[in-house]
Design a protein around this ligand. Structure first.
Ligand SMILES: NC(=O)c1ccc[n+]([C@@H]2O[C@H](COP(=O)([O-])OP(=O)(O)OC[C@H]3O[C@@H](n4cnc5c(N)ncnc54)[C@H](O)[C@@H]3O)[C@@H](O)[C@H]2O)c1
Length: 334
């Protein structure tokens, strides 16, 4: 049994707590949260996960205090993004495996420091890029890798939401240097998925919209690949109509479409067919599946090859290139 702690009991910390209850081989033994008002509370954000509720585990103010009292194997960092690096370094120095929420960090330098700290400690670093494990996205990855529909022609990824308002209007989310804005906070899921599916592009171009305080609130980007395929990504905090994620992947012999707001949500169109095939996927989510995968890696002493930190570091490199493209108004060669 892998004994787990959660660091940061805000919105996603509460999702991790509810998720860990469903993961075989993992046991949540503690939460670390420096805001004592959250020690007995129930936290909510823009996604509801079954089982989110108050917790029956001890709360601590620091990793050190927890370790004075408990044996823990793995810590899940669910802190505001600008704190990921320093707390990952602390956790590795304390001899813990680390799950760290996306985005890995806001600079490549911080990603490198996290990778170096993991190597020094001999412990595993797993960045929670849950979309790699989201059933409909995992299905496309399977179809793509098996070449079932021939060569890819285009990929469109959308991730649209209202503002992350659960921390209030002055929260760290609305400070570019703390969250990276929508580009690093929301859109990074699709940056990472494009990286996972297609690898590093040759170049990219992006345009964005900023809030009055210069925080990015929406982005549309185009990735350019050697094979000439088209790839566009849109991420936005400016949609008032509720959260939606979707993709359309077009191949020589057909296309796969997913829209989280539709039912059925996942369709495969083969060229020439008069109607789509409805694809069914397991009734689970990427939060559970990423833990199932990582806990299995820990139990078997293996590195998490499906999400190596070097790969999520590349996603941060791409996010930074998109920021540069927005501010300089030009294509960035990679
Ligand atoms: N994978 C996803 O779907 C998803 C969704 C939302 C957020 N996230 C990511 O998760 C991270 C956290 O986001 P959130 O929405 O939960 O933020 P949040 O503001 O709701 O929660 C952060 C929590 O960390 C606590 N905290 C801050 N400093 C601390 C410290 N030094 N010690 C202990 N606790 C401390 C805060 O009190 C708060 O409870 C971000 O990196 C965000 O991008 C991922």
């Amino acid at each position: 049994m892998i004994k787990c702690a959660i660091l940061g009991y805000g919105f996603i910390g509460a999702v991790h707590a509810a998720t860990l209850k469903k993961v075989q081989g993992a046991e949540l033994v503690a939460v670390i949260e420096n805001d004592r008002s959250k020690w007995s509370g129930v936290t909510r954000g823009n996604i509801d996960v079954d089982g989110m509720g108050s917790l029956d585990v001890p709360f601590y103010e620091s990793i050190e205090r927890m370790q004075n009292e408990l044996e823990v194997d793995c810590i899940s960092i669910c802190l505001p993004t600008y704190l990921h690096r320093s707390f990952a370094e602390q956790a590795f120095a304390a001899g813990l495996h680390v799950v760290c929420e996306k985005p890995m960090a806001l600079t490549v330098n911080d990603c490198d420091a996290m990778i170096a700290a993991a190597r020094r400690s001999g412990k595993q670093l797993f960045i929670a890029q849950c979309i790699r494990f989201w059933p409909e996205y995992a299905e496309l990855k399977k179809i793509h890798d098996a070449g079932l529909l021939g060569a890819p022609l285009s990929l469109r990824l959308h991730r649209l939401s209202g503002m992350p308002s659960w921390g209030g209007e002055n929260s760290w989310f609305f400070q570019q240097d703390k969250s990276g804005g929508c580009l690093f906070d929301l859109h990074v899921h699709d940056i990472d998925y494009a990286n996972y599916l297609l690898g590093k592009p040759r170049a990219l171009f992006a345009r964005g919209i900023k809030l009055a305080n210069n925080t990015n609130a929406a982005v549309v980007s185009q990735y350019h690949y050697e094979n000439g395929m088209l790839c566009t990504l849109e991420g936005s905090w400016l949609y008032f109509s509720g959260f939606k994620m979707s993709y359309a992947a077009v191949y020589e012999k057909g296309q796969v479409e997913y829209d989280s707001t539709q039912s059925p949500a996942l369709k495969l169109w083969k060229n020439g067919a008069s109607a789509p095939e409805i694809l069914s996927v397991a009734n689970t989510d990427g939060y559970v599946e990423q833990y199932n995968y990582f806990i299995d890696c820990l139990e078997n002493g293996q590195a998490p090859k499906a999400v190596l930190p070097e790969s999520t570091r590349l996603s941060i490199e791409l996010a930074l290139a998109e920021s540069k493209s927005i501010s300089e108004g030009r294509i960035i060669e990679l």
